[in-house]
Design a protein around this ligand. Structure first.
Ligand code: SF4
Length: 321
């Protein structure tokens, strides 16, 4: 088929890629107030939903930003709202903050919880549209992305009325199809059951130098796994729990559905090869380790939700200063 006959991917008409990156300067610290924290390896304190974290300053900046890990707030460093915070703060509520308008606070926090999930779905749909092998699905993906963008642009009532479960199910189905196309291209005719590791318990596994190209690691538990030098190109890592996984020397270029907060929760160094859209976590330079293993309820990181679905996430590091 000639290039001119390939299906064109409609351009996004609404939110651009920057809108899916947390911009804490334009957010009223919603992730520091709206969710509950459970004291754990990730959070030093209990905090009820809707109450501001005691470390939050009047200017919506974190008073312990530079010492989050040392002070037991590692969970804050791996949270990513996918830009939902600034969308709710600046668009849905038109720049009204919950401190000056306490009457809107409860509603704003409820909307944030929904918007975060909408933005996460948008992020994955946008990512799927970058997969060349998923070209046969690009038209459907673009239509669903546009539909999801419209959901994100609704007023508070409309956002709260979104059928998240139904919408996520439709998105998941397409993402799964995109993943299969991408991985099939990597695997070719070779069928390798060892690469079907969806939801697998690989906690602490020795996967040094493993050829994991095209592997299905959706929702896999890779906590503390030794992935040094592993080849993870075209591996589907959606929802994989990479807390404390050792990614030194691993090749993650071209991995499918890897998100920043998964990297932030792992270990790595300058030899880890990353997809271009993701950045090397600052703590990799210092060799600082995350505080611990799996956390009880209240965990806000991507690995906290299992099953390979787009998941609730954690918080992007280094943003709320
Ligand atoms: S980033 Fe700072 S203010 Fe926000 S929840 Fe974490 S510790 Fe609290």
């Amino acid at each position: 088929m000639s290039e001119s006959r390939e299906p064109a991917v409609p351009e996004s008409r609404g939110l651009g890629p920057d809108a899916l990156r947390a911009d804490c300067e334009r957010c009223f610290a919603l992730c520091c107030v709206a969710p509950a924290f459970a004291a754990s390896a990730d959070f030093a304190i209990d905090k009820p939903a809707g109450r501001a974290c005691p470390n939050l300053q009047q200017d919506f900046r974190c008073g312990i930003h530079r010492d989050l890990r040392e002070k037991g707030f590692t969970g804050c460093t791996v949270f990513d709202c996918f830009g939902a915070g600034q969308q709710v703060s600046q668009v849905t509520f038109g720049g009204e903050d919950w401190r000056r308008n306490p009457g809107t606070a409860k509603r704003m926090f409820e909307v944030f919880a929904v918007m975060r999930q909408i933005h996460e779905l948008l992020w994955y749909l946008t990512e799927a549209l970058t997969l060349p092998a998923a070209r046969p699905l690009h038209g459907e993906l673009a239509r669903l992305r546009d539909e999801t963008e419209r959901l994100a642009g609704g007023d508070p009532d409309a956002v709260l009325a979104v059928d998240l479960m139904g919408h996520r199910s439709r998105v998941n189905e397409l993402l799964l199809g995109a993943s299969e196309l991408a991985r099939a291209e990597a695997l070719g005719a070779r069928k390798d059951r060892r690469k079907e590791r969806r939801g697998a318990d690989l906690i602490g596994a020795d996967l040094r130098g493993a050829d994991l190209r095209g592997a299905n690691l959706r929702g896999a538990y890779l906590i503390g796994a030794d992935l040094r030098g592993a080849d993870l190109r075209t591996a589907d890592l959606i929802g994989a729990d990479l807390r404390n996984a050792d990614l030194r020397g691993a090749d993650l270029t071209g991995s499918v559905f890897l998100i920043q907060s998964q990297l932030d929760a792992a270990r790595g160094d300058a030899s880890t090869k990353l997809p271009p859209a993701l950045t090397r976590p600052a703590h990799w330079e210092t060799g600082a380790r995350r505080a611990g293993g799996p956390a009880p309820g209240g965990d806000r990181r991507p690995g906290a939700r299992r099953g390979g679905s787009p998941a609730r996430g954690g918080r992007k590091p280094g943003t709320r200063r």
